[in-house]
Design a protein. Structure first.
Length: 282
């Protein structure tokens, strides 16, 4: 009897837990988020159906009415704007994901594991950036189908995509902040829609800023989205350089896009980390 009990105890012995570093833990969290998306493919509708819908609606419904694009076709003028809007909504994706995990108690389960608290944020951030990158690819394919083309060299084309992802990384920290502060997914939806939609539309993403009233034009041209969109148009050859009367950021859009991305990270990251730490501490 004693021998049988000892043998059973040995069989039930817990296996040793392998030590992992922050990078490995973050990759596990990325995999967890991607598996979640795979099991619920409808979560990709915001980066597949919605961008295609925007591209087709603006290109075929409003495109005929907008002609002052500096000689470029409106379809080529439009694609960088839609991509800028999509990458800005990366903040929406990460905020919704973090709030849902907090609301369902999943973060509390992670806290019981021998992992770094930072790995949850890093994993969610990378997964959200990959999520939004799918939308960029979908829009590029849709754009090619309706006549959008890149007229510059490979280096400039790649630089534009790098700037898009860099800007998305800055927006992620805004999303982490909102996701850590809000108590429900519904609250996140309200805050994000009332914040991101005005910001993306009050820019040069869909229409030129030239015809706007002076005071509104100044605001639109200092909008970080405008610098991002203008940098893509210049690097892809989808529009002319900024006119002489445009604000300073549009004359140096690549530099300002990188600067805005760094500034967004430096401003939002400390507050986001503090809000997340406070939310996940008893």
């Amino acid at each position: 009897m004693t021998t049988t009990t000892a043998r059973a105890t040995a069989d039930l012995h817990r296996p040793a837990i392998a030590q992992t570093n922050l990078w490995q833990q973050s990759l596990i969290m990325v995999r967890r988020n991607l598996i979640h998306t795979k099991r619920q493919p409808e979560m990709l509708s915001d980066v597949t159906v919605q961008p295609v819908m925007f591209v087709l609606l603006f290109a075929f419904v409003f495109g005929a009415s907008i002609t002052n694009t500096g000689g470029a076709s409106y379809r080529e003028f439009l694609l960088p704007g839609i991509m800028g809007q999509t990458i800005a909504f990366t903040a929406f994706v990460v905020a919704t994901g973090i709030t849902a995990d907090l609301e369902k108690g999943i973060i509390d389960r992670f806290r019981s594991l021998p992992i770094s608290r930072s790995s949850v944020l890093i994993g969610r951030s990378i997964a959200s950036l990959l999520h939004s990158s799918i939308g960029i690819v979908v829009m590029a394919v849709t754009g090619l189908a309706i006549g959008w083309r890149i007229h510059t060299n490979v280096g400039e084309a790649i630089l534009a995509f790098v700037l898009v992802l860099l800007f998305g990384f800055g927006m992620i920290w805004f999303g982490i902040l909102i996701g850590s502060l809000m108590r429900s997914v519904e609250a996140v939806n309200g805050v994000m829609f009332s914040t991101l939609f005005p910001v993306t539309f009050l820019s040069n993403a869909f229409v030129p800023t030239g015809p706007m009233p002076t005071w509104l034009r100044v605001i639109a041209e200092w909008n970080p989205i405008s610098a991002l969109v203008q940098s893509m148009r210049v690097l892809w050859g989808n529009g002319p350089d900024a006119p002489a009367g445009a604000q300073f950021p549009l004359h140096h859009p690549e530099l300002f896009t990188a600067g805005w991305s760094v500034l967004l990270t430096l401003v939002f990251a400390p507050f986001a980390l503090r809000a997340y730490r406070r939310r996940t501490t008893d």
